[in-house]
Design a protein around this ligand. Structure first.
Ligand code: GLY
Length: 385
């Protein structure tokens, strides 16, 4: 008999990519799940470029291990979503080229040992039309991209619905409710429910003893002790000729992500000081246009398509908060910063396995991968604030 805590319904706080991915995995494990989502369009999963780039991003230490483990899971994760939804996710294992001005810069890249070193002639083959500033490069054939904005989010939502996940779209969670917890003293409170304002504008209380906080950049509004802050990113896209660019180009300060149909996604500014200030800025857009011209001069003449912005959930060490939180019954899955699309698969697998373990999880390495990402690593700093 599973323990009662392993069968209680789970509330997912946040309907972005991470929340949906966890809801889907829990539902696949037979768990009753409700997703509480304020405004789907705000979610970083709709804003990001969809790079799957642990090597191109130059991750290191436990973040690299987590990113590599997620990258390895992604084909199976995508196959599950596609099977449950009947929709394609737009996974494109196209490889990523990181260009540098010099070979010395290339050698200093933290993940250089995982890449294929390129000189100028090879760069021209891998990234035709690359700007003349770049004389060296690294090709990471194992990295890639997924069409998060147009395909993955829609497919994942459909997969959740097909697996019986309930949605309360348009609900804003105002506060979490806790009660005294008779268990170990590290967590003196346990979750008992929450107050929300529903899509009808009415305030109500929802009971619940199991929840996952996946509110991205907004996480600290519910749990102020979490050091999660918005890092604004502005983006734009252009319509290029189909197959003009086969690989993602991850340049200094700007990256170019070519979709299958030639759409080129150009990202991204990184504005920690902007807080939650909405909108595009001339300076941010100029930065993207200059980065684009330096990387791929011909693309500056391609027709513009869209411009948008969003908020990454940043943390002081640029790594996520994963696993049991400071309140008994509340799990954390937030703070993914620049790597939410990459880390969605491993986050969902690991949180689902912790909340709803199956016999097949015994001996899995998921728990040890999550170990370095617990909220307690910030507890000392938080206590002294
Ligand atoms: N993943 C790249 C970014 O957040 O801009």
């Amino acid at each position: 008999m599973p323990s009662p805590s392993a069968t209680e319904p789970v509330l997912i706080l946040g309907g972005g990519l991470i929340g949906l991915a966890i809801a889907h995995q829990l539902a696949r494990r037979g768990r009753a799940v409700t997703v509480l989502s304020r405004r789907r369009s705000e979610a970083a999963g709709f804003v990001a470029a969809g790079m799957l780039a642990p090597h191109a991003e130059g991750l290191s230490g436990p973040m690299l291990a987590l990113g590599q483990a997620s990258l390895a899971l992604i084909p199976e994760w995508v196959a599950q979503i596609e099977a449950d939804s009947g929709l394609p996710c737009g996974l494109r294992p196209c490889g990523i080229v990181v260009p540098f001005a010099t070979a010395a810069e290339r050698e200093a890249w933290p993940t250089a040992r995982f890449g294929v070193p390129l000189g100028r002639a090879e760069l021209e083959q891998e990234a035709p039309g690359l700007g003349p500033t770049f004389q060296a490069g690294l090709l990471f054939p194992q990295d890639g991209q997924i069409d998060n904005r147009r395909q993955l989010m829609r497919a994942l939502e459909r997969a959740c619905v097909e697996r019986g996940v309930d949605f309360e779209e348009g609900s804003e969670i105002l506060e979490l409710h806790t009660e005294a917890h008779p268990g170990p003293p590290q967590r003196s409170e346990r979750l008992s429910g929450l107050t929300l304002v529903g899509a009808d504008g009415r305030r109500r209380t929802l009971e619940g003893r199991r929840a996952v906080l996946a509110c991205g950049a907004w996480s600290a509004r519910l749990l102020p002790q979490l050091p999660v802050r918005p890092v604004k990113g502005q983006m734009l896209s252009l319509q290029g000729p189909r197959q003009a660019l086969g690989r993602v180009i991850f340049g200094p300060g700007t990256y170019l992500v070519p979709r299958e149909d030639g759409l080129l996604v150009v990202g991204a500014t990184s504005e920690a000081e902007a807080g939650f200030s909405p909108g595009l800025t001339p300076q941010g857009q100029r930065q993207l246009e200059e980065g684009l011209t330096a990387l791929l001069p011909a693309a500056a003449a391609w027709p513009p398509m869209e411009r948008w912005w969003g908020f990454r959930p940043g943390t002081p060490d640029q790594s996520p908060l994963l696993g049991p939180g400071p309140i008994e019954g509340l799990w954390l899955a937030t703070g993914h910063y620049r790597n939410g699309v990459l880390l969605a698969a491993i986050t969902a697998a690991a949180i689902a396995a912790q909340l709803s373990p199956l016999p097949a999880d015994a001996g899995s390495s998921l728990g040890s991968l999550l170990g370095p990402f617990g909220w307690r690593r910030f507890a000392v700093a938080m206590a002294s604030e």
